[in-house]
Write a protein that binds this ligand. Structure first.
Ligand code: DGL
Length: 258
């Protein structure tokens, strides 16, 4: 069984992509809605939450963990890999690789939470492969609460996006990484604001593809016995969580609170 966690519902964009690309695998998801957002919190706190989330998924039978959260991937991957025996897959590498392949002019924009931007993980990962590339980052701390609240197409959301994306508009970027798994839900207004010529990189689909390739190379890691199940857990819920989840999957969803 594949285990996936995020600070809330944003990681469901990854889970949805995994369901579509790997329909033969069972999946279990944990959204830590009680503690969302992670982005403004310290690395130490995010690491502690990530350990707990991983333990939860392993106790339910997960054999591989996807950290479907850029903030947790930025600061907790190393610790989780040291702590746990199962493969831990993060979302930064697949998105960074795709951004490098997509960029023609070597000017890449990154939007993410404060934790992700502060960690410098994207400039580091891209710089290691392509030192000549320029990476321009902007933290967008208000976007996660807006998505969790279901404000996907509101005027206020577009105004905030305009403010956040403004500095990137002058940088001649041709590629923009949606460096937070909540942001694919804002793809339309982001694309409208940044312009059609800028390619958006969605870490959720890139990560699902990465997991697929990993499982082709390592088929013994995740078992495929019995009926395929997709179970979605959360540490709490809100009035809008289920609505946003159903928007992501385009089907009725059940969120099990535990
Ligand atoms: N989806 C998480 C990410 O990719 C959101 C983090 C947060 O809760 O602030 O970074």
């Amino acid at each position: 069984m594949i285990g996936i966690f995020d600070s809330g519902i944003g990681g469901m964009t990854v889970a949805h992509a995994v369901e579509q690309l790997l329909p033969e695998y069972s999946l279990i998801y944990y959204g830590d809605i009680a503690r969302t957002p992670y982005g403004p919190k310290s690395p130490k706190t995010i690491i502690n939450y990530s350990i707990r989330n991983t333990e939860f998924l392993l106790n339910k039978g997960a054999e591989l963990i996807i950290i479907a959260c850029n903030s947790a991937s930025s600061v907790a991957t190393e610790t989780l890999r040291k702590h746990f025996q199962v493969p831990i897959i993060e979302v930064i590498t697949p998105a960074a690789k795709c951004a490098i392949e997509s960029s023609r002019n070597g000017q890449i924009g990154i939007i993410g939470t404060r934790a992700t931007v502060k960690s410098g993980i994207y400039p580091k990962t891209i710089g290691l492969r392509c030192p000549e590339f320029k990476v321009h980052q902007t933290a967008c701390p208000l976007l996660v609460p807006l998505v969790e609240e279901g404000w996907l197409n509101k005027r206020e959301t577009k105004m905030i996006l305009r403010r956040y994306l403004h500095p990137l508009k002058d940088k001649q970027i041709d590629t923009l990484v949606l460096g937070c798994t909540h942001y694919p839900l804002l793809k339309k207004p982001i694309q409208a604001r940044i312009g059609k010529r800028v390619k958006l990189i969605d870490s959720s689909t890139q990560t699902a593809q990465y997991v697929k390739e990993f499982l082709v190379r390592n088929p013994e890691i995740v078992s495929r016995q019995g009926r395929v199940t997709h179970r979605y857990y959360a540490s709490d819920t809100t009035e809008t969580a289920l609505k946003v989840a159903e928007h992501i999957f385009s089907r009725p969803m059940e969120l099990i609170i535990e």
